[in-house]
Design a protein around this ligand. Structure first.
Ligand code: UD1
Length: 370
């Protein structure tokens, strides 16, 4: 007589705690949760650290991206790096003990990423890092420290672009830990691109059929020092004389802009939801940013991007995509703008940025855990 269940059915699903902390994490987790939904051998559990907590920085993204409600919200909020990282660790440890997962999956390079990876590894839980291997080689960036530490202690390193493979090799990561899966952020972009076209943001801003550019700025090195922020704004005002610029302002930047000269052709906006932002970005003449993810999204959309930094941890967007490093001085930003006007780049889509990264992540996880 046949047993009522095959033995595989008796195995409990493999629980994986997936960590969301700050805005750029949410678009990386959404496609993973969709892919896990067709992989019944896994039991993904979403944990939100609460590093970002405003509706415009968090809740709106959960709704736009169709992310499940987190099973746990650690509600850590904002504080210094040490306090925030320590608070996440202290609040995550009991959740980890209670949930007893087989693995903890962290994405990106924010404080929540390193904090939860540390807690898990110290309790002997398998750590998966999505977006491993990226390096700016600039240790004054808080994210670079988070990347280095997280990669050093992770058991499975899932990589978005070929530079990541090389960096991990140079650092001596064991080859069997490293898998090139492509870019989850681009999975989200392709999945939602059509839907973003029904956003009303172009009508609301009177931009349908118009030429315009988009600014985002939030790196501490660009916005915390008024002289540096002032220098960037001076260059941006010149660019805005040619093409009006729309600037959804990150909360960190909002306070810093209070006493600054903005100019009448730079239009400040509240932070935008994912679909509104993608809609604007896809129609932009130029995007000026210090974000990491936006360098990737503009490359995937073939929209010219000027990165207002001296380095990038995402070199493929320059080698193959539409990105140019513009530096952070008045002269360097305007030079990069002139080059973009005189010789715009269309670029090509980097390898494995094809909307299927989540399936490859799940396959890589299955290969080691199932
Ligand atoms: C964090 C990440 C950064 C990421 C960025 C995306 C780290 C070290 N940095 O930087 O890599 O690119 O998120 O946005 O993890 N605030 C609010 N509401 C919120 C969140 C923050 O008002 O929902 C304000 C607070 O005043 C806070 C400031 O923004 O002090 C900065 O927030 P924080 O999460 O510390 O760092 P980010 O600059 O957002």
């Amino acid at each position: 007589m046949k047993a009522p269940f095959e033995s595989s059915h008796l195995k409990p699903p493999i629980r994986i705690l997936c960590i969301a902390g700050a805005r750029p994490n949410f678009m990386k987790l959404a496609p993973l949760f969709r892919a896990f939904a067709s992989a019944p051998e896994f039991d993904p559990v979403l944990v939100h650290t609460g590093q970002h907590y405003d509706d415009k920085m968090s809740g709106q993204f959960f709704r736009d991206l169709g992310l499940p409600t987190p099973a746990h919200n650690l509600e850590v909020g904002s504080s210094s790096h040490a306090q925030q990282t320590a608070d996440i660790m202290k609040r995550f440890e009991p959740v980890l003990l209670q949930e007893a997962p087989r693995a903890v999956l962290v994405v990106g390079d924010v404080n929540s990423t390193v904090a939860c990876a540390l807690v898990a590894q110290k309790l002997g839980v398998f750590v998966i890092h999505v977006e491993a291997g990226l390096r700016s080689f600039d240790r004054s960036m808080p994210e670079e420290i988070n990347r280095l530490v997280t990669d050093a202690i992770s058991d499975l390193l899932l990589v978005t672009e070929e530079s990541g493979l090389q960096n991990l090799k140079n650092e001596g990561a064991a080859v069997e830990k490293v898998v090139f899966v492509g870019n989850l952020m681009i999975d989200s972009l392709y999945f939602h691109l059509e839907r973003s076209k029904s956003s009303q943001i172009l009508e609301n801003l009177g931009l349908r059929g118009q030429r315009f550019g988009l600014i985002t700025l939030h790196r501490p090195s660009n916005v915390d020092d008024p002289a540096q922020l002032g220098e960037l704004l001076r260059a941006l005002r010149v660019i805005a004389d040619d093409v009006p610029l729309y600037f959804p302002v990150h909360p960190r930047t909002r306070a810093r802009l209070q006493d600054m000269e903005i100019g009448s052709r730079i239009h400040l906006l509240e932070p935008l939801g994912y679909l509104d932002f993608v809609c604007l970005m896809a129609q932009s003449t130029i995007v000026l940013t210090d974000s990491g993810g936006i360098q990737e999204e503009t490359t995937a959309l073939s929209v010219p991007c000027l990165t207002l930094r001296g380095n990038t941890e995402r070199p493929i967007t320059i080698q193959e995509g539409t990105n140019r490093l513009a530096g952070t001085s008045y002269e360097s930003v305007l030079n990069a703008w002139k080059q973009t006007v005189s010789s715009p780049r269309t670029g090509k889509i980097p390898k494995l940025w094809d909307g299927q990264a989540a399936e490859r992540c799940v396959a890589a996880i299955r290969a080691v855990l199932a």
